[in-house]
Design a protein around this ligand. Structure first.
Ligand SMILES: Nc1ncnc2c1ncn2[C@@H]1O[C@H](COP(=O)(O)OP(=O)(O)OP(=O)(O)O)[C@@H](O)[C@H]1O
Ligand SMILES: [Mg+2]
Length: 345
């Protein structure tokens, strides 16, 4: 199968002049590649430059340096040539509260010559058909988000770019949004989605780019990114852990207890553990190769100290609350809007 690059960013840089903080480097040589048919997660802590990157890609802010291509066309120069193939929600859309969902979409559609039939289709796709005759002011946040996605789908885009689409949604709304993106991807739409919700990205995305301070720190398939950060620790359950520990120590393994289990760090030969214990009549009733989840990997890669002994997908009992993410100062209080930026991100 031929893999086609749909979106490619290389060495993107963007800084802003601010009154209080002086020049702020929002994006610092960022690289990102999205292939056709992927749901690609764009992950990073607050203020690491996700929104700025997406705005630069869409021509909403002028980059200082770097190369951007969508469908092979250099941006922003050739934006008019690809704009009909891209749907995006990067700025939170404002809808007229007194318009119905249908009227809202029809207004947008008719302004670019899209027929009403497509409006009905997108309402169906986002699950708003039954609420289409209701005023938008009566919509929940989740419904407004889906209306926004519907507006981005009007042109039948091949690439959909969404900046934090699950922001502020409750678990049911997040799930609906996830299912919507999955069904769009199943129908051939490539999705580039920024998010803070790591569990969500783990469930939703095929591939990720993890960003820290305006630079890519990792990219690849979600499973590979997680595996690359795996320590290879193995967890073993035996009837008498106190009897097993000295046996493992004698075999040269530095094992330790975690609750009723024994953890053998950096063990690339799990069979050696079972054999060593079995030779002393200590029988292993469970052996699990511990893997971090995306949240743990994210915290490691973005510079927050790894949390020892934290293997959420296997055993919640060893969970330790993660340290807070590095949070930048609130944007609204600190930024000066530069002429080309058009407003705070
Ligand atoms: N218009 C602007 N003027 C000045 N500084 C800006 C502007 N837009 C963004 N910044 C700064 O650039 C940096 C990156 O911001 P950006 O909004 O791109 O980050 P983000 O990754 O989207 O963050 P979040 O996760 O909070 O949405 C931040 O330090 C932010 O304060
Ligand atoms: Mg943002």
């Amino acid at each position: 199968m031929q893999v086609t690059v749909v979106c490619e960013i290389s060495g993107l840089r963007k800084s802003f002049r601010t009154l209080r903080r002086g020049p702020v480097v929002a994006v610092d040589g960022l690289d990102l590649v999205v292939h056709r048919g992927e749901v690609h997660g764009f992950l990073g802590p607050n203020g690491c430059g996700k929104t700025t990157t997406l705005r630069a890609l869409l021509g909403l802010v002028r980059a200082d340096a770097g190369i951007m291509r969508v469908f092979g066309e250099p941006l922003p120069e050739r934006l008019p040539h690809v704009v009909n193939r891209v749907g995006a929600i990067v700025e939170a859309p404002n809808f007229f509260g007194n318009f119905t969902g249908f009227q809202t979409l029809r207004l947008l559609a008719s302004s670019v010559g899209i027929p009403d039939a497509r409006v009905h289709e997108v309402l169906e796709i986002v699950g708003l058909r039954d609420r289409a005759r209701q005023n938008v002011k009566a919509y929940s946040l989740g419904m407004r988000q889906r209306l926004a996605v519907a507006s981005a789908l009007l042109k039948k885009p091949e690439l959909l770019i969404l900046d934090e689409p699950a922001n502020g949604l409750d678990p049911a709304g997040i799930r609906e949004m996830r299912e919507l993106m999955q069904s769009l991807a199943a129908n051939g739409v490539t999705v580039l989605v920024s998010s803070h919700l790591l569990g969500e990205v783990e469930q939703l995305c095929d591939t990720v780019t993890i960003v820290s301070r305006g630079r890519r720190v990792h990219t690849g398939k979600v499973a590979d990114v997680i595996a690359s950060q795996s320590t290879g620790d193995v967890r073993v359950l035996v009837a008498d852990p106190e009897a097993a520990l000295p046996v493992l120590a004698e075999a040269g393994l530095e094992a330790h207890r975690v609750n009723e289990h024994i953890v053998v760090p950096r063990m690339n030969d799990p069979a050696f553990v079972t054999r060593t214990l079995g030779e002393k009549d200590i029988w292993v009733s469970e052996l699990v190769q511990l893997k971090p989840d995306l949240e743990t990997v994210f915290l490691q890669l973005t510079g927050t100290a790894p949390v020892a002994g934290r293997y959420p997908q296997v055993d919640d009992s060893v969970r330790v609350p993660p340290p807070p993410l590095p949070v930048s100062a609130p944007v609204a209080e600190t930024i000066t809007v530069t002429p080309e930026s058009g407003g705070p991100a």
